[in-house]
Structure formats: structure tokens, C-alpha cells
Design a protein around this ligand. Structure first.
Ligand SMILES: [Zn+2]
Length: 393
């Protein structure tokens, strides 16, 4: 009997808790947290003349200004307004303590491929490609500037690929709302700001991991690309990016506020899903949209890079001892020989990391090979194709 009471107590508590959480989270958009990445001793990505921390702060302050000037009913909260260091867990805490309705994290990207360019928006989730994982790892590495980061983040080490498995447990209950915001931002970037649209993506970002509200992370552009760095450093470029995010925020707020108002007028209360009255609810901005949560859709031929580390005249089983238990081996047949490779990467740099790993394991002659739609081509050809697709995205 005692046990039943306890269980009932827990259920009642959960019920109240869930109801409250629901009312909170599905409420009107009244508080937004704007999170300029990095700051202080953490510069973020480095361009040839600029630092990510300065550019994203400028964009964030502009965005906050636009929101404050246009919406009397929205409170803007920043995770930082000066060049100061703020830990990733602290940023999430600021958003949670303030019971924010939306979290917008602003970053700039960099890549060793100087041609990479364009804007992309991430939602929290399990990365579905190496490329997305690399972006998350780079942003998560901000915790290396914190003392005791292993303690604070439960032993998470952004440099260890295995550590990212922690995110496979992640259930994004705000995924739908986050996706709406992310896709509205990419719409604005593409259609209004004339940015190259790298798409809506998913990866495990620590800063999004702990927030209890819809949230997205914008990678505004690449500081490693000279033209884009110039654009991102300019007053005009920063205003373009900030106003694109602002318009997306306005559309998100309109949709979300209409949805809540409609649910309240239909039912007198907010009901999950508004099941019986679905027909009267505003149409989701995701309606009729095809969001592919992987990499940007391939444009033209798919170029990939693998690392070749062994060649044999007849086929060997991949569990042959000669392969030393390497995982993920594949082979192709070329010029009369079986050639064994590891990896299937979108960039030479990513393949380079695998090459280094193989060399460390004694495959001293491992080298990078390029493929166009699974057909072997030279590295120079691959780079030409990549250049072309950058010019005609
Ligand atoms: Zn960043």
C-alpha cells in the first residue's frame, strides 16, 4: 500500500511537471537567448585577419537590436555582450534559468579547404556524416579552454571520436520546433541574403545538449574562405546575416504564437498536439518542405576521398590477418589489382586524418585516392570537380 502511494505520488508529480513543462515550452515566444560563440581566451575559428568571437558578437548584438526594436513583447537575453569567456555549460544554464523559449547560437566555420563557403544551420542530434561531426567537434573543443572540463562535462573529451557516442542517447524533444527555426533561417539565407545554402544539418553540439527549449546553431560562413571572411568582417555582411536570422525569428514567432493562440481558443487550455482541432491550426512552416538531415544534397557528381593502404593480385577476405583487424575496409578493382581502402570522405583533409592513423599503425605507404561516383580519378581531377561545384552551387 505504501508503495502504491509512493508510485501515485511520483505519477502525480510527473503529471504536474509534464503539464507545467508543456505550458512553458509550448507557450508564446517571449524570451529568446542569443548566444555568440566563443569569447575571451577562446577566439574560435581564425581567419587571416579576423577572429570568430568578434564577428559572431557583432552579428549577435545586431540581431538582438532588431528583435528589441521590432517586438515589445520579446525579451532578449545574451550569453555574453563583451569579449569574455563563457563556458558551454554556463550558456545552456543561462537559457534554462531564464526559461527562454528559443536559443540561437551564432558561429562561423573554418575548413582547411579554403574553397568551402556558405551558411548552414544545425539542430541537436546524432551527426549523420563525418563532415557534420567535424563541425561539432570543432565547436565542442571550446571546453578545452575551461578548467576541469572533464569533470564538468562528465568525462567528455571532444578530441576522442568515441566520446561523441554519448550523443547517441540523445532524444531531441524539441526537434520539430528546432527544425522549423533552422529551416526558416536557411530559407532567409538562400532567398533573401543570397547566401549559398548548405542546408539544415544535425550534429552533437554540447551547447545545445543541455538546453530545455528549441535551439539551433548557425554557422554563418567560413572565415577560411578569403571572400567570405571579407564579407563576414564587413558591416554590410554582418547586417545581412543578422537580418536573415531576424526575419526567420519573426516568422517562427508568428507561427508559434498563432499555434498557441489557436490551441487556447479551441480548448480553453493548451493541449498536446491539439488533436481534435488540428484542422484549424496554422500550417507548419515545415509543410511541403523536404529537409534532408544529412549533408547538403549532392550537386553533380559525388567526389570522395579514401585512403589506400594495401594492394593484392587476388582478393583477400577483409578479416585476413594482413589487415590487422581494421574496421570499415572496402576495396576496388583497378588495373588488374585489388586495392584496399579505408574511409569515404568528402574532403582531402578528412582523408588525411585517416591516412595518418594508418601510418601510425604501420601502413607507411598509405596514400589518398579520389573517386567520382565510385570511379577512381586523380586528386587533381577531384579538386577540379569540387571547384566547379563551388562555382555553380
Ligand atoms: Zn564556433
Amino acid at each position: 500500500m505504501k508503495r502504491q502511494i509512493i508510485i501515485f505520488g511520483i505519477l502525480a508529480f510527473l503529471f504536474v511537471f509534464v503539464q507545467e513543462a508543456y505550458a512553458d515550452r509550448h507557450g508564446y515566444v517571449r524570451k529568446v537567448v542569443i548566444d555568440p560563440g566563443h569569447g575571451g581566451r577562446d577566439p574560435g575559428a581564425l581567419g587571416s585577419q579576423s577572429k570568430e568571437k568578434d564577428i559572431v558578437l557583432a552579428i549577435a548584438l545586431k540581431l538582438g537590436g532588431y528583435i528589441e526594436n521590432n517586438f515589445d513583447d520579446v525579451k532578449v537575453i545574451y550569453t555574453r555582450t563583451t569579449d569574455e569567456f563563457v563556458g558551454l555549460d554556463r550558456r545552456a544554464q543561462i537559457a534554462n534559468e531564464n526559461k527562454a523559449d528559443l536559443f540561437i547560437s551564432i558561429h562561423c566555420n573554418s575548413a582547411s579547404n579554403r574553397r568551402a563557403y556558405g551558411s548552414e544551420t544545425f539542430v541537436m542530434g546524432l551527426h549523420r556524416s563525418q563532415e557534420n561531426l567535424e563541425v561539432a567537434k570543432k565547436e565542442n573543443a571550446a571546453i578545452l579552454y575551461e578548467e576541469d572540463y572533464l569533470e564538468t562535462y562528465g568525462g567528455y573529451d571532444p578530441n576522442s571520436p568515441e566520446a561523441n557516442i554519448i550523443f547517441s542517447m540523445y532524444q531531441n524533444i524539441y526537434l520539430n520546433q528546432s527544425l522549423i527555426m533552422a529551416s526558416l533561417i536557411q530559407d532567409q539565407f538562400r532567398d533573401r541574403a543570397g547566401r549559398h545554402d548548405r542546408g539544415v544539418k544535425q550534429a552533437g553540439f554540447l551547447v545545445l545538449y543541455n538546453i530545455t527549449m528549441p535551439g539551433i546553431l548557425v554557422e554563418a560562413g567560413f572565415l577560411s574562405n578569403p571572400q567570405e571572411e571579407k564579407y563576414l568582417m564587413s558591416e554590410l555582411g554582418q547586417a545581412h546575416i543578422a537580418s536573415a536570422i531576424f526575419r526567420a525569428f519573426r516568422d517562427y514567432k508568428n507561427y508559434q504564437d498563432n499555434l498557441v493562440a489557436q490551441q487556447i481558443s479551441n480548448n480553453g487550455t493548451i493541449t498536446p498536439g491539439g488533436s481534435a482541432t488540428q484542422a484549424h491550426l496554422p500550417e507548419s512552416p515545415l509543410q511541403n518542405k523536404n529537409i534532408i538531415l544529412t549533408e547538403s544534397q549532392p550537386e553533380g557528381p559525388v567526389i570522395s576521398f579514401r585512403v589506400q593502404f594495401a594492394t593484392t593480385s587476388h582478393e583477400r577476405a577483409i578479416d585476413d590477418p594482413v589487415f590487422r583487424n581494421l574496421e570499415g575496409i572496402s576495396f576496388y578493382f583497378h588495373e588488374g589489382l585489388y586495392k584496399y581502402t579505408l574511409g569515404n570522405e568528402r574532403t582531402v583533409e578528412a582523408a588525411g586524418q585517416i591516412q595518418q592513423k594508418l601510418r601510425n599503425q604501420g601502413f607507411n605507404d598509405a596514400f589518398i585516392v579520389a573517386f567520382k561516383d565510385n570511379e577512381r580519378i586523380s586528386i587533381a581531377e577531384a579538386e577540379r570537380y569540387m571547384e566547379q561545384s563551388m562555382k555553380n552551387p
